[in-house]
Design a protein around this ligand. Structure first.
Ligand SMILES: *[C@@H]1O[C@H](CO)[C@@H](O)[C@H](O)[C@H]1NC(C)=O
Ligand SMILES: *[C@@H]1O[C@H](CO)[C@@H](O)[C@H](O)[C@H]1NC(C)=O
Ligand SMILES: *[C@@H]1O[C@H](CO)[C@@H](O)[C@H](O)[C@H]1NC(C)=O
Ligand SMILES: *[C@@H]1O[C@H](CO)[C@@H](O)[C@H](O)[C@H]1NC(C)=O
Length: 797
């Protein structure tokens, strides 16, 4: 036994300590490099020969720098330095530079990726590829301490012993595997129009899914015997359980999560476990008005009478071929047209139910759909007495012989059903584009790199149409005064965003007992919904909006999902009762930590992370999710902090949505914002756009650095003048390079001068006149560059 332990320790030592002089290149010193022309040769190979790293083909004349299993017939990346940004096949080079930085340079000399390890550690650094597949840059002078390792920056794959943690996620296109705020491991589709979790099955509770939410360790590891264990109680086993087989856990571009096992005889990968038995249940694969099928490979097709919105991108879905609306709903209330139904066998569309009725005959279900003008189709299933689901929007369509039911599409009476049949098969050929990994079982690992680019075509142009479709039924059904019991609590977007009744929320908050805070837009109460999830319920004050407008804003808010934005779980709208249900953020708002005198002053690292997180959240609102969400009330009171001091912006989406066109400007019906943080445009009656948030952010940034209320040094009519004076004073200090005199003295000089300098530079730019202000995107990028915990390109920022 003792001998075994010593032997094991020796092996571990071998693996951990770089191997300076070995002839086999499993470790290299500074100054080594490999050019892309040499892509037949690995840069490094692990000492047991399991893994190699080097250039991998990623398309025509395009390469990436990756780690792969050496025994596989084709290079299957388990880690990639530059996913989605391949380098040229000529003159590109990976070098472990003299200063200890590993850098990937493109043909024209641009550094596409780097490990940012230059100057780390005391002595000359070494790079090695361990037998686990971990590419490690370590410092021999400190006993081989790793200064950087690829295991900390997973792309779409985990290899055995590589943990998935609360800081990491696996990403493939719009799909990702990550630990959610409630400590549960989930798969997320985060597309341009909708975002939703689809695994574990959102129709079931945590308990039914056999997961737990109370273990906060958030860690998952695949072991050497093919068992993946996660701290939320998930345990999955590969079908070929046992040691000695090479495996990997990968999120594929079809949104499924799979364990692959390598056959030593053929060098091919076979699937030994998959999260989704029915691959089409990954969302967003085929878009709206389309049907996903999986027999034997994944294929999308449009509904009868529909064609692809963008022939190169299925995620944008399909649109009606004839412009004439297929329903009698809409602003132009045409006289009710006669309708008929086209049956789509074995087909279901998940979510967007207008109602559900558990005991109804087929004919009554049909009648129900005819009577609801916003009903686009109904699903009918003979389970017991017959279940009827009228549908407002046709998303997440899939056809499967296992689905014991069918969907009936509502079409105008004049619709030619024979033409429809041909249109389906004609679309079928276009379905090739929907085929990322033709057959995952035969997938030999050549990651198809077209897929992310196809996704990239998904723009925001269609958003307005979609918004109308998605909100259509809401306000229309409101006008028809559908009984609220019918509407209440339906899953809007698969368990993510839902409608609550007033009674629900009254019960959840114990009759609005515990007040958490109050602000311009209303009072916030603590509440508990769904088996113990703590939420914040905001009673909106003075919402005079019509239902239409309210619904429209809800639809936008419900789709927003970013780690630096407070998540909205749902809403309530019953007459004058308008409420929002938010994620509960534990540690109060930034102002209490920044300005309160009875607390420990915020340490610098937290300040910087909060500034960066806030910038990322705003950048997401302005640029990534829907370009035209402007917050309009950015201030420390609206920046909430989690227990780990992660910034989460609250209260967004309540301003009227602004148009995307910069020049057109927008008429705001009422002023929003808080004096002291408001851009001069407000006072001057100039057009308002996202740059008002940039201004407010600039003031907040100054306050984060100085720990003082800059905004209070400004008065109601002197906003312009006073902010200008503060700026001038700051500018003089920055010009002298004496940032220390501006930084909050309570932290006693414990700050990073480069970061402080950059924050001040940015904040001064932000409070310039509108045209000179940077965008939030640019700010987030600039701050990320100076962030110690640097960002990986695969991360969503
Ligand atoms: C280098 O080439 C890449 C594309 O291959 C391009 O994006 C980048 O702008 C180029 N950089 C320079 C400095 O020309
Ligand atoms: C939480 O999960 C970790 C990792 O799976 C495990 O070691 C630990 O015992 C768990 N803690 C509790 C309280 O269940
Ligand atoms: C189901 O439909 C029947 C017939 O249309 C109706 O009488 C009944 O009230 C409905 N049930 C529910 C729960 O809506
Ligand atoms: C909030 O932050 C303070 C530090 O200011 C910390 O002591 C406290 O534990 C945190 N509260 C919660 C609920 O995490």
């Amino acid at each position: 036994m003792a001998r075994y332990v010593i032997c094991l320790a020796f092996i571990l030592l071998l693996a951990a300590v770089p191997w300076p002089s070995a002839a086999a290149q499993h470790a290299l010193g500074a100054g080594s490099s490999l050019t892309v022309e040499d892509h037949g040769r690995p840069f490094l190979t692990s000492s047991d020969g399991s893994f190699s790293c080097g250039f991998q083909e990623a398309g025509e004349n395009a390469f990436s720098f990756s780690v792969w299993y050496a025994g596989a017939a084709e290079k299957t990346a388990v880690w990639t330095a530059n996913p989605g940004v391949p380098v040229s096949g000529q003159s590109s080079r990976i070098s472990f530079r003299g200063d200890g930085n590993l850098a990937l340079d493109d043909a024209n000399g641009t550094t596409v990726w780097e490990s940012k390890t230059s100057g780390s550690g005391g002595g000359a650094l070494t790079i090695s590829l361990l037998d686990t597949g971990n590419l490690v840059i370590s410092d021999p002078s400190t006993g081989g301490r790793a200064v950087w390792q690829s295991f900390d920056w997973p792309t779409d794959t985990l290899v055995p012993s590589q943990p998935l943690t609360k800081e990491t996620r696996l990403v493939a296109g719009y799909f990702s595997l990550y630990y959610d705020n409630d400590n549960v491991l989930r798969l997320l589709y985060d597309g341009p129009e909708v975002s939703s979790n689809y695994w574990p099955n959102p129709d079931y509770s945590l308990f039914e899914n056999n997961r737990i939410g109370y273990n906060t360790s958030r860690i998952g590891v695949l072991d050497d015997t093919g068992v993946f264990r996660s701290s939320d109680n998930l345990v999955v086993e590969a079908s070929d359980l046992g040691p000695g087989i090479k495996r990997r856990l990968t999120i594929d571009h079809d949104g499924n999560l799979r364990i692959y096992s390598l056959s030593t005889s053929t060098g091919a990968w076979t699937v030994s476990w998959a999260a989704l038995q029915q691959p089409c249940s990954a969302q967003g694969l085929c878009g709206e008005n389309a049907i996903c099928e999986y027999q034997p490979s994944l294929r999308c097709s449009c509904l009868p009478g529909h064609e692809m919105v963008n022939p190169r991108d299925w995620s944008q879905g399909c649109k009606p071929m004839l412009s004439s609306s297929t329903t009698s709903c809409g602003i132009h209330a045409t006289p009710p047209e006669k309708f008929k139904f086209v049956e789509l066998q074995d087909t279901d569309f998940y979510g967007f139910d207008l109602a559900v009725n558990f005991s109804v005959s087929f004919e009554d279900c049909k009648k129900l759909c005819l009577e609801m003008c916003s009903c686009a189709a109904f699903s009918y299933r003979l389970a017991g007495t017959g279940v009827c689901y009228p549908k407002g929007t046709l998303f997440n369509g899939y056809r499967s012989p296992n689905y014991a039911g069918s969907t009936h599409l509502k079409v105008p009476y004049s619709f030619d059903t024979s033409a429809a049949a041909t249109s389906v098969s004609a679309r079928g050929t276009a379905g090739l584009a929907c085929n990322p990994n033709d057959d995952p079982v035969a997938l030999t690992g050549s990651q198809d790199n077209r897929w992310p680019y196809l996704f990239a075509f998904a723009g925001v142009l269609g958003v307005l149409d979609l918004l109308f479709i998605a909100t259509g039924w809401w306000f229309l059904s409101g006008k028809q005064s559908t009984p609220s019991s019918l509407e209440a609590g339906y899953t809007m977007l698969r368990g993510q965003f839902r409608r609550f009744t007033y009674r629900d929320l009254k019960a959840a908050t114990g009759n609005f007992k515990e007040e958490l805070g109050r602000g311009g837009s209303g009072v916030v109460y603590r509440g508990v919904v769904d088996q113990g999830r703590v939420v914040a319920v905001k009673k909106l004050a003075g919402v005079e909006q019509g239902d239409e407008e309210f619904w429209a804003e809800m639809t936008v808010i419900g789709r927003i999902n970013h780690m630096n934005l407070v998540r909205t779980w749902g809403f309530c709208s019953e007459g004058r009762h308008k409420m929002l249900v938010y994620e509960y953020v534990e540690n109060e708002s930034l102002d209490r930590h920044l300005f309160a005198t009875d607390r420990r002053p915020l340490p610098w690292d937290d300040r910087y992370r909060i500034a960066l997180g806030t910038a990322r959240g705003l950048a997401y609102l302005h640029h990534e999710c829907l370009e035209w969400v402007v917050h309009c009330d950015v201030k420390p009171e609206n920046i909430l902090l989690t227990r780990e001091f992660v910034a989460k912006i609250a209260d967004f989406g309540l301003a009227k949505l602004s148009k995307r066109d910069d020049r057109s400007g927008v008429e705001f019906s009422r002023m929003r914002g808080t004096l002291g943080y408001m851009a001069p445009e407000w006072a001057l009656n100039l057009p308002i756009n996202a740059k008002v948030d940039v201004y407010s952010y600039g003031i907040v940034l100054l306050e984060i650095v100085t720990g003082r209320r800059i905004s209070q040094q400004t008065t109601a009519d002197g906003v312009l003048l006073e902010a200008g004076q503060v700026a001038q004073a700051a500018r003089r200090v920055v010009a002298r390079g004496d940032v220390g005199s501006l930084v909050d003295s309570r932290i006693q000089g414990q700050f990073n001068a480069r970061q402080a300098q950059e924050m001040l530079r940015i904040s001064l730019l932000c409070i310039e006149e509108k045209k000179k202000r940077p965008t939030m995107d640019e700010i987030a990028k600039a701050l990320t560059e100076l962030d110690d915990e640097d960002e990986h390109p695969a991360y969503r920022s």
